[in-house]
Write a protein that binds this ligand. Structure first.
Ligand code: 5GP
Ligand code: SF4
Ligand code: MG
Length: 457
C-alpha cells in the first residue's frame, strides 16, 4: 500500500490526488482521500485505480486544508469496498480518519479481544483494530490514546491518522516500511515514497524514524516517540521490487541500489552471453548493472505493454497467468540467435520467469540464462508484501536445478543474501538494517500463531 498526507495546503485534496498518482504502483485495488476543513472530515474512496475512483468534480467536493490518502494493495483482509482506506470513524463530537501501509502480526488476537469486549468490527482490515484501540482509551487525550494503541500493536506499519484539526504520523519501532517527511512551501507532507514529493514539487526533509510519532497541527510539527528505538529492519523488497526507481528509500536511491545488485549478481554468477536484458520495468536497473559489470551489452529484449497493470497484484493465479501474456513481448530482431542473460528482480511463484524464458525461446533466442537480482524467496512475508504462502513459493518447494528445469532456462542463479545486504546497507548502524526474512526465515518480530491463521489470511 501507499500512504500520503498533507497539512495546511489550500489545495490539499488535489495535492493528495497527485501524490497518490505517484504511489499508484504500491497498490491498484482501491484508493481514497479524506480531507478536513476543520469542522468535519470529508471522504471519497472506491475500488480501482486513482483515475477510476476520482474525477475532477470529486476532488473539488473534498474541501479543507489537510488531507490523507491511500492506495490499497490487498495482503490480508481481502478486497472489497469496506476495506478501502482511509477508514473514517465518527463519534458525537469528532471524527477520526486512518490509513496504513504494512501488516500487523498480532491483529487477530487484538480483534478477538475487542470482540470479546463488545466491539463490532465493520471491516476485516488491521486498520480498524487500531481505531478501536484508540477509542478504547477515549478517556485520555488523543495523543496519549494513540501512543497507547501503537504500544499494543506489533508488526509493520506506517500510519497516518487525522482528526478535524491534527495529523498524526507513526512508523513502527523497526521501520519495516518507508515513510518520508517533506515540505511544500509552509505545508507539511508525508508519503510512503519520495517520488510523491517530486511530483507535487515538495522538498524532502527527512525520514520518519522508527518508533516516532509526529504531531502536525496549527502549532506546527512536533516529534515524539512512543517506543524506544530498535535496530531498523527496513523491508529489502522495497529496493528489490516494490518502490519506484526514482524514489530514495531511507536516503538511498532505488535505481542506484538495484544497479549495485545487478553488478554484484554479475560478480557472483557470471555467464558467457551476447546480450543482457531486463524484465520491464522493475528489473531494468539491475540488468544495466549486470551489463556494466560483465561487459555484455544491455539490450531491450522485452517490451512491456504499459496499459496492463502489475500482474502480481491481480489476485487469482489464472488472472496472473493471463496478465503476464498480455503484458510482455519479446523483441525478435534483437534476441534471435543470441545467448541472452535475462534479469528479473525476484521469483515468487516462478510464473513470470517461465513465461519469459518461453517467449524469448519462441522468438529465437539460442540460450536463455536467468539471473535473479534477489535471493530465493523461501518464506512468506507477514509484514505487508504479498510474497504468498510457502506452498506457492517455487523456491521453497524445488531445488535450484528443479527450478531451472521448471522455468526452462539454460542456467539459473540468484543473488546471495550477503550480496543483497551489501547493496543496500552502507553503514552498520541502528538506522540502516534491513529485513530479509522471506529469504532467510529470520523474522525480526515474534510471529504469532494467529498470524498464520488461514481464516484470517
Ligand atoms: P512470479 O511470477 O515468480 O510469481 O513473481 C515474480 C515477478 O513478479 C517478478 O517479475 C516481480 O517483478 C513481480 N512482482 C510483482 N509483485 C511482486 C511482489 O509483491 N513481490 C515480488 N517479490 N515480486 C513481485
Ligand atoms: Fe520485506 Fe521480505 Fe521482510 Fe516481508 S519478509 S518485510 S517482503 S524483506
Ligand atoms: Mg517483474
Amino acid at each position: 500500500c501507499g500512504v500520503f498526507g498533507i497539512y495546511g495546503h489550500e489545495k490539499a485534496a488535489e495535492m493528495t490526488y497527485y501524490g497518490l498518482h505517484a504511489l499508484q504502483h504500491r497498490g491498484q485495488e482501491g484508493a481514497g482521500i479524506v480531507t478536513s476543513d476543520k469542522e468535519a472530515l470529508h471522504i471519497h474512496k472506491g475500488i480501482g485505480l486513482i483515475n477510476d475512483v476520482f474525477s475532477e468534480g470529486q476532488i473539488k467536493n473534498l474541501p479543507g486544508n489537510s488531507a490523507i490518502g491511500h492506495v490499497r494493495y490487498t495482503t490480508q483482509g481481502g478486497g472489497g469496498y469496506e476495506n478501502v482506506q482511509p477508514l473514517v470513524f465518527r463519534s458525537q463530537t469528532s471524527g477520526l480518519a486512518l490509513c496504513h501501509n504494512g501488516n500487523l502480526v498480532n491483529a487477530f488476537a487484538l480483534k478477538s479481544n475487542l470482540e470479546a469486549q463488545g466491539s463490532i468490527l465493520q471491516t476485516t482490515s488491521d486498520t480498524e483494530v487500531v481505531a478501536h484501540l484508540i477509542k478504547r482509551s477515549g478517556h485520555l487525550p488523543l495523543e496519549e490514546a494513540i501512543k497507547q494503541a501503537l504500544g499494543m500493536i506489533k508488526g509493520a506499519y506506517a500510519f497516518i491518522i487525522m482528526t478535524e484539526d491534527t495529523m498524526y504520523v507513526a512508523l513502527d519501532p523497526r521501520g519495516f516500511r518507508p515513510l518520508s517527511l517533506g515540505k511544500l512551501g509552509e505545508s507539511y507532507v508525508v508519503a510512503s515514497e519520495t517520488c510523491a514529493f517530486d511530483l507535487i514539487g515538495a522538498k524532502y526533509e527527512r525520514e520518519v524514524k522508527p518508533g516516532e510519532l509526529l504531531i502536525i497541527n496549527e502549532d506546527g510539527l512536533r516529534s515524539t516517540t512512543y517506543s524506544s528505538p530498535m535496530s531498523r529492519t527496513l523491508c529489502s523488497m522495497e529496493y528489490v521490487y516494490f518502490s519506484r526507481p526514482d524514489s530514495n528509500v531511507n536516503g538511498l536511491n532505488v535505481h542506484a541500489s538495484r544497479k549495485v545488485m545487478g553488478k554484484q549478481l554479475a560478480k557472483e554468477a557470471p555467464v558467457e552471453a551476447d546480450i543482457v536484458t531486463g524484465v520491464p520495468d522493475s528489473s531494468i536497473s539491475a540488468a544495466i548493472g549486470y551489463s556494466e559489470a560483465s561487459g555484455i551489452p544491455y539490450e531491450i529484449g522485452l517490451v512491456k505493454n504499459r496499459y496492463v497493470g502489475r500482474t502480481f497484484i491481480q489476485p487469482s493465479q489464472e488472472l496472473r497467468e493471463k496478465g503476464v501474456k498480455m503484458k510482455l513481448s519479446p523483441v525478435r530482431g534483437i534476441v534471435e540467435g543470441k545467448r541472452v542473460v535475462m534479469i528479473d528482480d525476484s521469483i515468487v511463484r516462478g510464473t513470470t520467469s517461465r513465461r519469459i524464458v518461453n517467449l524469448l525461446k519462441e522468438a529465437g533466442a539460442a540460450e536463455v540464462h536467468v539471473r535473479i537480482a534477489s535471493p530465493p524467496i523461501v518464506n512468506p512475508c507477514y509484514y505487508g508484501i504479498d510474497t504468498s504462502t510457502k506452498g506457492e513459493l517455487i523456491a521453497a518447494n524445488y531445488s535450484l536445478e528443479e527450478m531451472r528445469k521448471e522455468i526452462g532456462a539454460d542456467s539459473l542463479a540468484f543473488l546471495s543474501v550477503d550480496g543483497l545486504e551489501s547493496s543496500i546497507v552502507k553503514e552498520d548502524t541502528l538506522e540502516q538494517g534491513i529485513c530479509h526474512a522471506c529469504f532467510t526465515g529470520k523474522y525480526p518480530t515474534e510471529i504469532y500463531p494467529d498470524t498464520l491463521n488461514p481464516a484470517y489470511k
